[in-house]
Design a protein. Structure first.
Length: 233
């Protein structure tokens, strides 16, 4: 999951970025409204955490422009503006949640999980696919009810494959979700992550199949009597 954090307080942004990164999210950070507007026009994010009192362009203008471009990216406003009028205005302009400073980091993380769960998983707390069960709250995988330890990047790849189960996911899509401005992941690294994920999902009946020249597809357990795509050719 890739998040854009828009916050001009460097100490606060460093703390939030560190906490989110440790929880397996990819985080890009900008300090001004103008930089936020540019980033949002060029990159697809899973979530925007947006301050309002920003240099160069107010956060509400950033939000307005985002929605005018037709983007449905979930937006969590995180601001010191705590009046009822401010909250109503932010929500009416298209924010999905509104949180005021000071705040507890644990609550911010919970709100982020809730927004991503609604947007990505339709509010489901568990996704089951064959003998694979993915806990969308704790971002944990189990195979046949046995917990499987995954790295942050393996979780990120699994989430994308589960979101598009049965459909081809190209490597560019995976790289977009796993890369940040500071660290762009290579196609070779993606291949290694997928290989490790395959090994850890053995016994689940699900298959991560490589589509040569395109990408990967997560397929459900094969029903006895069904022909594989290769056998159909």
């Amino acid at each position: 999951m890739r998040i854009l954090l828009v916050e001009d307080d460097q100490m606060l942004s460093n703390g939030v970025s560190l906490a989110l990164t440790q929880n397996g999210y990819v985080v890009d950070h900008v300090r001004t409204g103008a930089d936020a507007d540019t980033a949002l026009s060029k990159t697809e994010y899973d979530l925007l955490v947006l301050d309002l009192g920003l240099p160069e362009m107010d956060g509400l203008e950033v939000l307005t422009r985002l929605r005018q471009r037709g983007s449905s990216t979930p937006v969590l406003i995180l601001t010191a503006r705590d009046s009822l009028e401010d909250r109503i205005t932010g929500l009416d302009l298209g924010a999905n949640d509104y949180m005021t400073k000071p705040f507890h980091l644990e609550e911010l993380e919970a709100r982020i999980r809730a927004l991503l769960r609604k947007e990505t998983w339709g509010n489901l707390t568990e996704i089951k696919y064959g003998d694979v069960c993915f806990d969308t709250v704790g971002r944990r995988l189990s195979v046949k009810a046995v917990p499987v330890e995954l790295s942050a990047r393996e979780i990120a790849v699994l989430e994308v494959l589960l979101q598009r189960a049965g459909k081809v996911v190209n490597k560019n899509q995976l790289r977009e979700h796993l890369s940040s401005w500071e660290a762009e992941i290579s196609f070779n690294a993606i291949e290694i992550i997928v290989h490790r994920l395959r090994k850890k999902m053995e016994g689940s009946g699900c298959t991560i199949r490589t589509i040569r020249g395109l990408g990967y597809i997560l397929e459900p357990p094969k029903v006895p009597g069904d022909l594989s795509p290769d056998e159909l050719q």
